[in-house]
Design a protein around this ligand. Sequence first.
Ligand SMILES: C[S@@+](CC[C@H](N)C(=O)[O-])C[C@H]1O[C@@H](n2cnc3c(N)ncnc32)[C@H](O)[C@@H]1O
Length: 303
Amino acid sequence: MIEFSKNPIKIEENGILKFVENDNYTASFGYQWNKFQKTQLDRFGNDVYQSSSRLLAETAWVVETLEEANILEVGSGAGRFTRALLENTKANVFSVDYSAAVEVNFENNSVYGTRLHLCQASIYELPYKPQQFDKVICFGVLQHTPDFKRSVRCLAEMVKKGGELVVDFYPVKGWWTKIHAKYIFRPLTKRMSHQSLLALLERNISWLIKLYQIFEAVGIGRVANRFVPICDIKNTLPKGLSEHQLKEWALLDTFDMFSPVHDHPQKIETVKKWMAEAGLKVTFGAFISLEAGQAAVVRAIRT
Ligand SMILES: C[S@@+](CC[C@H](N)C(=O)[O-])C[C@H]1O[C@@H](n2cnc3c(N)ncnc32)[C@H](O)[C@@H]1O
């Protein structure tokens, strides 16, 4: 039995425990995941099994050993990895997000029944007593928190003796990381209303995709596409999407790169150091090749 450390401010009719209100720095994500509820979800019409394969590649878990496990997922968004966890293991999944996206996660994954436990809470005030979870995962979240190091510490606190923490995040690869359209336009776009930003992207996404593809075709994509204000189609989106799917995925990922309040990439070595400082033993820290591109992954255990 997982024990809570505090009482919720509200219990929704669907069973979601709310420990925070919606009006916090993750409001863009609440908006985003409500607009793109099923886009990245495995098994919804597009036969793209990206989330399951990414989960298994990044964790290297032997899923058969997780039957009785309690897994904590922090920053679950619309619940693509929640679904992958529930689908690939028989574990109890405790899934947390700071934004209103928890409602979308419920819509997407309530079919898995009582193994799913959803909370709206912050990584900085997780509502559980320390050191209870066999596994803690946090994918695509840490760079979007205001204090990356403190976030790592808060996650580490949840890992029980013998348990494991696995994170992935936007990496700093070198001095050129921030020389990119994303970081050039973000000071403006993160201040725009979510509605206006999405409408602007919707109006322009088709020609931006074409421009990206032309630059790739003539062999200058690697450099030129850094300055095209669109997500990295070649290295982040699944292969084989239809034209319609490509537009939807590109729209989602481009909104996701321009709207968040926080975007603080980090070096793998630094994250390894922070995990060790948080009392864990680092077991892995490197880039992992995925179906589309690479992920910066760090794993650590509590000995
Ligand atoms: C880019 S999304 C990733 C969602 C999901 N992990 C995925 O990969 O599809 C980042 C998520 O982190 C959540 N997040 C950001 N700061 C958080 C915090 N302090 N506590 C919990 N969740 C947070 C956001 O609300 C958002 O849903």
